[in-house]
Design a protein around this ligand. Structure first.
Ligand SMILES: O=C(O)CCC(=O)C(=O)O
Length: 287
C-alpha cells in the first residue's frame, strides 16, 4: 500500500518509485524466462509478433529491442501483471476497476541498446479519460549508466503535447517544446517498481554501459477509460483484460487534451518504428 505522501507525490509529479513490491524469487523467475526468450530469438531473422530486433541481431549475438505483449506468451509475465500487491497500489491511483491496456518488455542490451525518444503514452493511445499509468518492473537495476527511464515531473498536467512533425504522427515530441534540464532520472532497484502517468513526458537514452537494462512495462487503465482509437478485439476478449473489479459499458468522458495519433508515414507496429520517422533523434549518440 502507498502512504498519503506517496499518493500526493504521484499526483503532483506524474510518477513514483516504490520499493519492495516483487520478491527476489519473482524477479529471478521473470529474468530466467526472459533469458529463454532471448535464446529462442536466435533463430528469428525479422521482427514478428513476439520479438522486435536490433539491426545487428544475429544467431550468434541475439539482440532484442523488445519482447512484445509478453503476458500473452508466458504465464510468469501474466502472474506479474496480476500481482495482488502491485494491484493494491494501482487501486489507490486509478480506482478499484482496472483493465490491462498492454504489456512489453523493453530490452536494452549492453553497448548501445536503443533509446526511446521523448513522448507521452497518451500521445500514442488517448482515451476518454486519463486514468491510465504504466508500471515499470526492472529485471536489472535501472541506472543512469544503463539508460534508465527519465521523466519531466509535472508534465502530466500540461494542456497540449503534440507528437507530430510536418503533419505526420512521429510518436515523439519536439525537443524544443520542453526544458530537458528539468528531467529526473527514474532509477529503480530489483523488486521495486516505477509508475508513470499516461500523460507524463518520458524517454530514455541508449544503453552505452556493459550491463543490460531490461524493463517489463505493464500498462493499466481505469475500466471506464475507453480507447479513442476503438476496441480492436471482441467485447468478450476486451473484458478478459480486467485484472481487478468489474467492466462497464459506460465510458467516463473527461475534458482531456488530445492530438489523434494519425496520419502515419508508414504503418508501423511499434514505437521504435514510428519514432524512426523523427527527423532528428533526441539522443545524438545513436542516430
Ligand atoms: O524503456 C524505456 O526506457 C521507456 C519505454 C517507453 O516509454 C515505451 O516503450 O513507451
Amino acid at each position: 500500500m502507498l502512504n498519503s505522501k506517496q499518493v500526493d507525490f504521484y499526483n503532483s509529479n506524474g510518477y513514483l518509485t516504490v520499493e519492495n513490491v516483487y520478491s527476489a524469487s519473482q524477479i529471478k523467475l521473470l529474468s530466467d524466462v526472459t533469458d529463454e526468450f532471448v535464446e529462442k530469438s536466435r533463430l528469428v531473422t525479422e521482427e514478428n509478433d513476439i520479438f522486435a530486433l536490433e539491426s545487428d541481431h544475429s544467431e550468434n549475438n541475439p539482440r532484442l529491442t523488445r519482447i512484445k505483449t509478453p503476458h500473452k506468451f508466458h504465464s510468469v509475465y501474466e502472474q506479474a501483471m496480476k500481482d495482488e500487491k502491485m494491484l493494491d497500489i494501482l487501486e489507490q491511483l486509478i480506482g478499484k476497476n482496472i483493465r490491462l491496456q498492454g504489456s512489453k518488455l523493453n530490452m536494452k542490451m549492453p553497448g548501445g541498446g536503443r533509446q526511446v525518444e521523448w513522448h507521452t503514452d497518451w500521445g500514442h493511445y488517448p482515451h476518454t479519460n486519463d486514468d491510465l499509468l504504466a508500471v515499470g518492473v526492472p529485471l536489472d537495476d535501472s541506472t543512469e549508466e544503463n539508460g534508465c527511464l527519465m521523466v519531466i515531473p509535472g508534465s502530466h498536467k500540461w494542456t497540449a503535447t503534440s507528437h507530430h512533425e510536418d503533419g505526420f504522427f512521429v510518436g515523439a515530441v519536439d525537443i524544443d517544446s520542453f526544458d530537458i534540464k528539468k528531467a529526473a532520472n527514474v532509477t529503480s532497484n530489483i523488486g521495486g517498481v516505477s509508475i508513470h502517468h499516461v500523460r507524463t513526458l518520458h524517454g530514455s537514452a541508449p544503453n552505452m554501459s556493459n550491463k543490460p537494462r531490461r524493463l517489463l512495462l505493464l500498462e493499466f487503465c481505469a475500466a471506464d477509460a475507453f480507447p479513442l482509437k476503438g476496441i480492436s478485439t471482441s467485447w468478450d476478449e476486451w473484458n478478459k483484460q480486467i485484472v481487478r473489479g468489474k467492466p462497464t459499458i459506460q465510458p467516463r468522458l473527461e475534458k482531456v487534451p488530445v492530438f489523434f495519433p494519425q496520419p502515419l508515414k508508414i504503418e508501423h507496429g511499434s514505437i521504435f518504428g514510428i519514432q524512426s520517422n523523427l527527423k532528428k533523434s533526441h539522443f545524438t549518440k545513436s542516430k
